[in-house]
Ligand binder design. Structure first.
Ligand SMILES: Cc1cc2nc3c(=O)[nH]c(=O)nc-3n(C[C@H](O)[C@H](O)[C@H](O)COP(=O)(O)O)c2cc1C
Length: 184
């Protein structure tokens, strides 16, 4: 038996892997915004899609400079990530408010966020407006990972963890145990 409901359809598609978009804005302000609606898209070219509400400062920044860093925060950054998603860079300088440390980028202008497990330097490949959001397709130009924190499959969950966003203030972690499917 299935119970039917209307409304928040996405509840059953959560938790979702949280990333933090780093941008640089016209006033030279570096800004960071968490986004859990994101996905890898293609390998060639290497692309990642991120949903960005049209009213965010990040959207404005991406429209002026089509570059970003896609930062993979660790669970140690839980409170920081939540705080960064609770205020707008239009109203506050998040770098000074949250004493953020930056990682200079190699190929793009926006810096990465120190403490991230990985930083993907990216440029906007395409912007697709859908309702109240833009779906940004980013081309990944360069990937940086914290040394020793990624194994042959993925992030090494025996060493760190990620933030899977449930809803609101709720996040989940990945169980470090690997389970293997049998070869068919
Ligand atoms: C865990 C988390 C995930 C979020 N995911 C998204 C998202 O995928 N897309 C989005 O537009 N906003 C998302 N938000 C909300 C933005 O981060 C929030 O509106 C932020 O204040 C925008 O900052 P800005 O105005 O400085 O760009 C999320 C917030 C949190 C805390």
């Amino acid at each position: 038996m299935y119970a039917e409901y209307r409304g928040k359809y996405y509840r059953v598609l959560h938790p979702r892997f949280t990333i933090v978009l780093g941008t640089l804005c016209t006033n030279n302000r570096v800004n960071f915004m968490p986004a859990s609606w994101n996905t890898p898209i293609s390998e060639e070219p290497p692309t990642v899609g991120v949903v960005v509400d049209k009213e965010t400062f990040t959207n404005e920044c991406l429209e002026s400079l089509g570059e970003a860093t896609i930062n993979v925060p660790s669970d140690a950054q839980l409170q920081l990530v939540y705080n960064m998603g609770s205020v707008s860079g239009r109203d506050v300088d998040k770098v000074s408010k949250f004493s953020l440390e930056l990682v200079p980028s190699t190929l793009v202008k926006p810096p990465g966020l120190k403490g991230s497990i990985a930083i993907l330097e990216s440029k906007v490949y395409e912007k697709i407006p859908v309702g109240e959001v833009n779906f940004y397709v980013f081309e990944v130009l360069l990937v940086k990972v914290l040394e020793g924190f990624v194994d042959e499959w993925s992030i090494d969950f025996s060493k760190t963890n990620v933030l899977l966003h449930g809803a609101g203030r709720v996040f989940h972690k990945v169980t470090p145990t690997k389970i293997f499917a049998k070869k068919p």
